[in-house]
Design a binder for this molecule. Structure first.
Ligand code: GLN
Length: 493
């Protein structure tokens, strides 16, 4: 094949299929070969669908399947329902589960001609920041296989970083797209809550969950957002175009620098806990934006520090309710020879769920229990509103906030597994965007050297609800000012 998968962007591959310089089958086979060669050590995929993918690619080559993604090989986080294969959430409780329907996002991607290569690994039920909570296996960071790829969508981030697909999809409840994107050196977009249908995304915390893409470039993310955005009557929280406006073409103005762009810097995101390389990344980004004519303003987000406790109450409360359905009767693993009905429920759940999921169910059940509801859940909802108010006030002064996605680069396996709190603290810069429902993106922000390895960093831009056109343009300005995203983790192999 004439195209180097470790150089090309998704859009270039899409165009190459469209102008027939490469066939969809050739492209799909090339990715399947890379998966064969590299996924043994990266372990991004839970399952691949080689035969189905080739059949779909053949249909593209025959002209039977068309669309803006015709022939583009993609990967899906294994919490997105598909009528083929399994949908496991990397949980033993759903190890054999086959979904009876497709997620709306999956339907839209296939209707646009995308070729699904497989499903990617995650922290069990998307609860985690490293994929170490997967019930099956940890995914490795392609930049340093001794380090985590981030999570929970670590499989999708690693698959894009290692060029084991042209683009991938994940879900972001408290950072699970942006954080692994940062740690793997790729672009990760968490759209505004309600912009993308959650129908067919296995629920973790329904008021926070959002689906979004992983790509090598901002343009690729915009192309994918065009395909997946929009109202869905099957998701009651999906945004109504009558109130949130029609869906624009997110690629239309990407290359036009934003005149009079106002960017906010918040001291709460620039604390002493940041790695020096992260602090430098922000300084360099600000200098670049100033050069391009942007105005920088200081904004205050005083309730930032309450984000982690608030998130871990709201998210666990919703999870405890959402995960009640895995009881050995409605869904999933059922214990053998239970004593009675209660034993059937409790033994099935005890056998099927991993430790972190159990911890969340217990925390959430506690926060919702009578006597504690007011002190925890209700109070968390009030603080959630204060966090949202902080962002509203900040966005009255600026178009977007520039900040780090994480405090540092990828950490080592096992470094945080003994201390759940230190794992939770890894989400300090990402959870507040979910609590406020706003849009966020992580773009490659350069590299740092640790123990002789080159590790990527992520720059985060946060924008008001439905500000994706501005956010993507601002991210594109930054991307075009540097070559960070052009360096690929497994470029030489
Ligand atoms: N790391 C966070 C958690 O463990 C976020 C997860 C997510 O966004 N799905 O809950």
């Amino acid at each position: 094949m004439s195209i180097d998968l470790t150089q090309a962007t998704m859009t270039e591959l899409r165009d190459a299929v469209a102008d027939k310089s490469v066939s969809a089958v050739e492209l799909t086979r090339a990715y399947l070969e890379r998966i064969e060669a590299h996924d043994g050590h990266v372990r991004a995929y839970n399952e691949t669908y080689a035969d189905r993918a080739i059949e779909r690619a053949e249909a593209v080559d025959r002209g039977e399947v068309t669309g803006v993604l015709a022939g583009v090989p993609i990967a899906l986080k294994d919490n997105l329902c598909t009528t083929w294969g399994h949908t496991t959430c990397s949980s033993n409780i759903l190890k054999n589960f086959r979904a009876p329907y497709n997620a709306t996002v999956v339907e839209k991607l296939e209707a646009a001609g995308a070729v699904v290569l497989g499903k990617t690994n995650l922290d069990e039920f998307a609860m985690g920041s490293s994929t170490e909570n997967s019930g099956f296996k940890p995914t490795k960071n392609p930049w340093d296989t001794g380090r985590v790829p981030g999570g929970s969508s670590g499989g999708s981030a690693a698959a894009v970083a290692a060029d084991l697909c042209a683009a991938a999809f994940g879900s972001d409840t408290g950072g699970s797209i942006r954080q692994p994107a940062a740690l793997c050196g790729v672009v990760g977009l968490k759209p505004t809550y309600g912009l993308i249908s959650r129908f067919g995304l296995v629920a973790f915390a329904s008021s926070l969950d959002q689906i979004g893409p992983f790509t090598h470039t901002v343009e690729d993310a915009a192309v994918l957002l065009n395909v997946i955005a929009g109202h869905d009557p099957r998701d009651s929280t999906s945004a109504d175009p009558d109130t949130s406006g029609p869906i624009p073409d997110y690629t239309a103005n990407l290359d036009r620098p934003i005149e009079g762009l106002k960017l906010g810097i918040a001291k709460q995101y620039m604390g002493e806990g940041n790695d020096p390389a992260v602090a430098k990344m922000i300084d360099d980004a600000i200098a670049m934006y100033k050069d391009m004519g942007a105005t920088i303003v200081e904004v205050d987000l005083p309730h930032t520090e309450y984000g982690i406790p608030t998130y871990y109450i709201v998210a666990t409360a919703e999870a405890s309710s959402n995960l009640a359905r895995y009881d050995g009767v409605h869904y999933g693993h059922r214990t053998e020879a239970p004593d009675d009905l209660i034993d059937l429920y409790s033994a099935s759940r005890a056998e099927g769920f991993g430790d972190e999921v159990k911890r969340r169910i217990m925390l959430g059940t506690y926060a919702l229990s009578s006597g504690y509801y007011d002190a925890y859940y209700l109070r968390a909802l009030k603080v959630r509103r204060l966090i949202k108010n902080d962002f509203d006030a900040a966005f009255a002064q600026c178009d977007a906030i520039v900040c780090p996605t994480t405090t540092g680069p990828a950490f080592k396996f096992g470094e945080k597994t003994d201390d759940p709190l230190s794992m939770y603290l890894n989400d300090v810069y990402t959870v507040n965007a979910n609590l406020a429902g706003i849009a966020g993106i992580s773009v490659p922000g350069g590299f740092t050297e640790v123990d002789g390895k080159t590790l990527p960093l992520g720059l985060q831009l946060l924008g008001p609800t439905f500000s994706e056109p501005t956010l993507l343009r601002a991210a594109n300005m930054y991307e075009k000012s540097n070559n960070f995203g052009n360096t690929r983790a497994l470029a030489s192999v």
